[in-house]
Design a binder for this molecule. Structure first.
Ligand code: UDP
Length: 333
């Protein structure tokens, strides 16, 4: 049987989506990317076999045209706004984009009888969990509109699985990090808020000194602990999820993390070691909405998806991110 599939990748020009597109291309598939390019980059998907359609999930008519033109087997949905702080200041924008946009997508999928969806969810749905590592059945109490918007979509998908026979997998990412080993694509956020790229930019002198958001948490060194997971490993999990949905209808939720927590200070030390340069930094206030510790129990993904992260080592994750930033700094010179 021909295993090649026609997959629509919403938000495929963004950080995680573009790595998924690359993973599909490496497997010989021909993904169609639908992206409004508000935060994504067309260069990230300029690759043989990839079709880029510029469009917005808020525009249902343009979605309908895309579904009429192509015969998709499944959709992977990465499009969404992701900055926690911004979501607190502009909740309506987050609910519009992340919730209303997904409603449009699912509506058009159901109309078009395309009933397989892999959805990008987040560890932010857990809020400030009381346990570590966190299993999927831990109560979900998001701390901010971003986390709420993702949890709302999970609930909507669950209902649509019941009502319309949708098959859906929600992947709750912990801290996506790293870059493609080729150095060709990476984390290209115009206004960066994430720890590893900020450390790297500070070390390279292309960004300001790093502010460490709080060193008075109840953790061994006082700084927050996160579970960093390589973006290519996330992409692999999406491919496994596409195959997993062959097994039958229903909604399934999986955590994606390595199960190893690293503090902000440990990440900073890893960047200094990999880059061979100091990361200029200073202590700052806690950032609102930050949980002290977020570490995944991903045993369900390992067991049911057969997911095996290839790059679980923090130094490898940082090295790939560092190499991509070097490409950005010197690649064009
Ligand atoms: N962090 C920090 N300084 C920064 C950015 C992040 O100390 O400039 C900390 C943040 O408080 C959190 C960790 O680094 O504990 C990871 O934050 P990031 O924004 O990368 O991901 P999040 O965990 O919010 O998804």
């Amino acid at each position: 049987m021909d295993r090649r599939r026609h997959v629509l990748i919403c938000g495929g020009a963004g950080y995680i989506g573009s790595h998924m597109v690359r993973a599909l291309v490496e497997k010989g598939w021909e993904p169609v990317v639908f992206d409004n390019l508000s935060t994504g980059h067309h260069e990230s998907v300029q690759h043989e076999g990839v079709t880029l359609i510029r469009g917005d999930l808020m525009d249902k008519q343009s979605l309908r045209r895309v579904f009429a033109e192509y015969s998709f087997d499944a959709v992977a949905h990465f499009a969404g706004l992701i900055a926690v702080g911004e979501s607190v200041l502009s909740p309506l924008t987050y609910y519009q984009n992340n919730v209303a946009g997904t409603l449009n997508l699912v509506e058009v999928m159901v109309e078009s009888h395309v009933l397989r969806l892999v959805f990008s969810s987040t560890a932010a749905v857990y809020g400030n969990p009381g346990t570590e590592p966190i299993p999927e059945n831990h109560p979900c109490l998001p701390l901010n509109p971003y986390g709420h918007s993702k949890l709302m979509v999970e609930t909507i998908l669950e209902d649509c699985c019941q009502a319309y026979g949708l098959r859906s997998v929600a992947l709750r990412y912990f801290n996506a990090a790293g870059a493609h080993p080729s150095g060709e694509i990476g984390e290209a956020h115009a206004s960066e808020t994430h720890l590893i790229p900020l450390c790297i930019r500070a070390a390279m002198g292309t960004g300001p000194e790093l502010k460490i958001f709080g060193d008075d948490y109840l953790t061994p060194d006082g700084t927050c602990i996160r579970d960093y997971v390589h973006v290519c490993d996330l992409a692999d999990a999406h491919i496994s999820a596409l195959e997993f949905m062959d097994q039958g209808p229903g909604m399934h939720v999986f955590n994606l993390g390595n199960g190893n927590g690293f503090s902000v200070k440990e990440v900073l030390a890893a960047v200094e070691k990999v880059g061979g340069k100091p990361v200029p930094h200073r202590m700052a206030q806690r950032r609102a909405g930050d949980a002290a510790v977020l570490v995944a129990d991903s045993s369900r993904a390992r067991r049911e998806l057969g997911w095996r992260p290839r790059y679980s080592d923090i130094e490898t994750i940082v090295r790939h991110a560092w190499n991509w930033h070097m490409q950005q700094k010197f690649g064009g010179e």
